[in-house]
Design a binder for this molecule. Structure first.
Ligand SMILES: [Zn+2]
Length: 957
């Protein structure tokens, strides 16, 4: 049987729509406000995008069934430059882009021509993404939808950014930023290929003198200046003579280019080959005759393309010097004569020349060996934390490296012997336009003062108070906040909102997307034309969000009627704060951190976000999804092919939160099969009254309670993979046993029980696979929506524990009989079972109690048993005690506890009443049951005395 997924899903979406199921207004219930980072519409959604939204939707649907009034809204983020760049490429007839739009995304030809207008691009993909979200069955309140270039939203952003400025959290100054020289715009993660955040480090430039000229070398270790033996230059590379703020410098071409973005006036004079500089001698205060030598490891794109050599402490330098000293060319060898490492740092555990030792340790043989990188790192770390300077460092003698670094930096700077160079640490970072980004010092720019200490402290407090799922990601947030520094918050290009006080600038995309969840409360009124963007003033937002002022005067100044203002304020008070924020892991270091930073800056503590849920990305058949791999499947296409529910489940079941989810066709197909067989079951049973529970009925209903409990607990921790596993698969073996028991008894009155089981399973499946769950619910003859059904409750301690114990015993006896028959290959004519007597049962409980209380020592347990007159007879049977201890220890804790609670357990009667039909069914014979102390016992093989509680003895004839 196959299911018409598309038909069924459309049917239920229409019904939800008619019932206005997800249009959420404040009511008497407790609320939950669940949000996801809104999408940036520059392409359609693919399966990978589906993950975060699906997880948030499952979460929302679950909370709704738990009885909360759950608001789950959605907006669209138009802000920024990527769409602008795309429009330009369309205008220039970029064939690669246009082919991609046509082939990969199925954009109609006529539409593409409109794409020279960036807003048309955003609008097109906005509708595309929205249609996909609807088709996925996301329970979104679409009445609250907006885009970030809507006038109302812009008013809101003007208020937000004004508020930050008012609180002195926006400053004007000069700070380094990642920069696209082509777009003349700062870049951050959203603007780069592969979504990387530009990251940079400040190097110190040490100015060596070559006559009139300066040869700068970049270093992170200014203290090693005292150990310099020579400079390295790459003879094969071309360098530039440049004028830098009036001085004459020589650097690599790349360095000259980088310097020109860092507040330096750079004029290129002429080119010069590296080889021309080899053999020249430079000087430095206290030092003359520092020779420039050739080295192939020197790269023109790092630093200045010229390196100072400190062979005693830098493994690269040591190895390069060693290589030169062994050169076949005699002239080269001669130049190195008399150049020997100058040790300047003493570190415990190292001898005179640490780099020599570490090179030996790593087994390095030449200067192009990649292991040099690790050797360098290890030695740098050791010397930084544990090293101190030697006598030959003059006034810095005996100081610790970690403490002296800044002093030496100042000392160099004050004498005009140094400068600075900012390097991109994770280069190359490419802008979406294809240009390689640089570090630029931006002057008189508007910055968010994310480096502000008291601001950070507030954010840390918020992170400490909030729930973070999964918990292991918490430390990452602390790390990110620790490293946050000033961040440019405005751009000169792109879609968005102008800075209210400086209209040449546009608020950038990671700054206008931080507290927008508050705007969902207002957007619904704007969309319904109950209020108009023109009327939204700072005073209005102050009142609605912060309770500043009063509605009467806000009404007077904004011309919005007072009742509406009061209504909006009360909506906001009801829905805020955000109860759960879902997002991908890539947004931890930026969006999620800024989301918290901005909330704590603008809102009082009771409105700070309460939870963040972070998920990993999605792989396709084990590989990263990318355009170049050609393995991107647009979400809507996949829905048409597989149905939305199978995709939802395949995404959820493949990984827990932080792991990467592997989407593959096998899992989609196996899920489809599973749902189809469940559907088939649902058609078979109708609601029938259940009365007179047989033992196996109590047992399966207890198992059902356990299923609900386990599923609930997993969802509460957002372990959705585990939860879905419970719902779909883990109940099968229980059902199998139940069917075995009931068919052995030839029962025909179990439809009611099976209906109840299926209905419960369908209800807890509903948040995951909402469409098909409604269809199953209907087929089961239930009324209303599965998605509106109350989440089943479970009573922690009211499970029928004795039923679990009984069925476990029956299962184990059946297993034992099969094993004996397998081993002996006999055909049974008679099976006799002996149960333990009362004395053993009493003793068993004493042993069980001792073990549950933590006593597992056989001797100790024996002592206690003998000390008790009730059990002292046991001294005649130490073997029984030993075996029983083993029995108990091999059982799970839960079973031990439940056995302890159920003291009176009539094993003999249970076996008599319940095992007979099973044995008859499985092995075709009757059983006889004795207690080992029965007077009329039939025990030809003298087996009865080996019986133990829950381990009856078995005789097969
Ligand atoms: Zn660019």
């Amino acid at each position: 049987m196959t299911i018409d997924w598309v038909g069924i899903e459309a049917k239920w979406r229409e019904k939800w729509d008619e019932s206005k199921e997800f249009e959420i207004e404040p009511n008497e219930k407790e609320k939950k406000f669940v949000t996801v980072a809104y999408p940036y519409p520059n392409s359609p959604q693919h399966i990978g995008h589906g993950r975060t939204y699906t997880l948030a939707d499952v979460h929302s649907r679950y909370l709704r069934m738990k009885g909360y009034n759950v608001l789950f809204p959605m907006g669209f983020h138009y802000t920024g430059t990527p769409i602008l760049g795309m429009a330009k490429r369309v205008e220039n007839n970029d064939s690669e882009l246009i082919e991609g739009l046509k082939k990969l995304y199925d954009v109609p030809e006529g539409k593409i021509r409109e794409f020279i207008d960036p807003v048309r691009i955003a609008d097109y993909f906005h509708e595309e993404i929205k249609a996909g979200m609807i088709e996925m069955g996301y329970s979104i309140d679409w009445r609250r939808e907006f885009t970030t270039i809507d006038r109302g939203y812009q008013k809101f952003i003007e208020w937000q950014i004004g508020k930050l400025k008012e609180n002195n959290l926006i400053i004007q100054g000069s700070h380094p930023v990642g920069w696209c020289p082509n777009d003349q715009n700062p870049v951050s993660q959203h603007d780069t290929q592969g979504d990387v955040e530009p990251d940079f480090t400040e190097y110190i430039l040490i100015k060596f003198r070559l006559g009139e000229e300066i040869i700068p070398t970049a270093t992170l270790r200014p203290e090693t200046i005292f150990g310099v033996t020579n400079l390295w230059i790459n003879p094969e590379t071309s360098y530039k003579r440049i004028e830098v703020n009036g001085e004459k410098w020589i650097t690599s071409s790349e360095c000259a280019y980088k310097l020109s973005f860092q507040n330096k006036d750079v004029q290129v004079i002429e080119e010069i080959r590296g080889s021309e500089l080899v053999g020249k001698k430079v000087s430095f205060p206290n030092r003359d005759d520092v020779i420039i030598l050739p080295a192939s490891f020197v790269q023109s794109y790092t630093g200045t393309g010229i390196v100072m050599s400190v062979p005693a402490h830098a493994p690269y330098d040591y190895q390069a010097l060693k290589d030169l000293k062994a050169d076949s060319n005699e002239k080269v060898r001669k130049e190195t004569e008399g150049i020997d490492p100058i040790p300047i740092i003493h570190t415990q555990g190292f001898g005179e020349i640490p780099s020599e030792e570490i090179i030996e340790k790593f087994g390095i043989t030449n200067q192009l060996d990649p292991k040099l990188e690790d050797a360098t790192k290890e030695l740098y770390n050791k010397e930084f934390y544990e090293g101190s300077l030697k006598e030959n460092t003059f006034q810095f003698y005996n100081k610790k490296v970690s403490e002296v670094k800044d002093q030496i930096k100042d000392w160099l700077e004050q004498r005009g012997n140094s400068d600075k160079l900012l390097e991109m640490t994770n280069s190359p970072v490419r802008c979406r336009c294809g240009t390689e980004c640089v570090v630029k010092i931006l002057n008189n720019q508007w910055f968010l003062d994310y480096g502000n200490k008291s601001w950070k402290e507030k954010a840390v407090k918020c992170f400490e108070k909030m729930g973070i799922l999964p918990p292991e990601i918490s430390s990452e947030f602390n790390y990110v906040v620790g490293w946050l520094k000033e961040r440019a918050c405005a751009r000169q290009q792109g879609l968005g909102t102008k800075l209210p006080w400086d209209k040449d600038w546009i608020v950038e995309s990671l700054s206008d997307s931080v507290i927008y969840m508050a705007y969902y409360i207002i957007s619904r009124y704007v969309n319904d034309k109950l209020i108009f963007a023109e009327n939204l003033s700072d005073q209005f937002f102050d009142y609605v969000f912060l309770g500043i002022g009063d509605s009467k005067s806000v009404s007077e100044s904004t011309k919005i009627d007072q009742k509406t203002i009061d209504q909006i304020r009360s909506d906001f008070r009801y829905f805020y704060p955000v109860d759960s924020r879902h997002s991908g892991r890539d947004l931890v270091p930026n969006h999620l951190a800024f989301f918290v930073m901005n909330h704590v800056a603008i809102f009082p503590e009771d409105l700070w976000p309460k939870e963040i849920v972070v998920n990993g990305s999605v792989l396709m058949e084990g590989k990263k999804m990318s355009k170049s791999m050609g393995n991107i499947i647009p979400l809507r296409k996949a829905i048409r092919e597989f149905g939305a529910d199978p995709i939802r489940l395949a995404i959820v079941i493949s990984a827990e939160l932080l792991q990467d989810a592997d989407f593959n066709m096998d899992s989609v197909n196996s899920i489809k099969n599973k749902l189809e067989s469940l559907m088939y079951e649902c058609k078979k049973y109708q609601r029938v009254e259940i009365n007179n529970l047989e033992p196996e009925d109590s047992w399966i209903l207890t198992k059902l309670q356990a299923l609900v409990r386990d599923t609930t607990e997993s969802i509460e921790r957002m372990r959705l993979r585990e939860a879905l596993h419970h719902v779909l698969f883990e109940f099968e073996s229980s059902l199998h046993w139940y069917q075995k028991r009931t068919s052995a008894k030839k029962r025909e009155n179990i439809d009611g029980i099976l209906h109840k089981i299926l209905s419960t399973r369908v209800v807890i499946l509903s948040p995951f696979a909402p469409h098909i769950a409604e269809e199953m619910w209907e087929k089961l003859g239930n009324t209303g929506f599965a998605s509106q059904t109350k989440w089943p409750s479970y009573e922690g301690d009211n499970f029928d524990l004795s039923s679990i114990q009984s069925e476990e015993l029956l299962k184990s006896i059946i297993d034992d009989i099969s094993n004996i028959l397998n081993v002996t290959k006999m055909t049974p004519s008679k099976i006799i079972i002996y149960t333990a007597d009362d004395f053993k049962t009493k003793t068993y409980h004493a042993i069980l109690e001792a073990i549950v209380n933590g006593q597992t020592n056989m001797g100790q347990i024996m002592k206690e048993l003998i000390a008790n007159p009730e059990t002292q007879e046991v001294k005649k049977n130490p073997d029984f005690v030993q075996k029983t201890i083993k029995d108990v220890l091999s059982e799970p804790m839960t079973l031990r506890n439940s056995k302890l609670r159920i003291q009176n357990f009539d094993e003999k009667n249970l076996i008599k009443n319940e095992l007979t039909s099973l044995v008859k069914n499985d092995f075709g014979v009757e059983i006889t049951v004795y207690s080992e102390s029965d007077p009329e016992i039939y025990d030809p093989k003298n087996k009865a005395h080996t019986a133990r509680p829950f381990k009856p003895a078995i005789l097969i004839e």
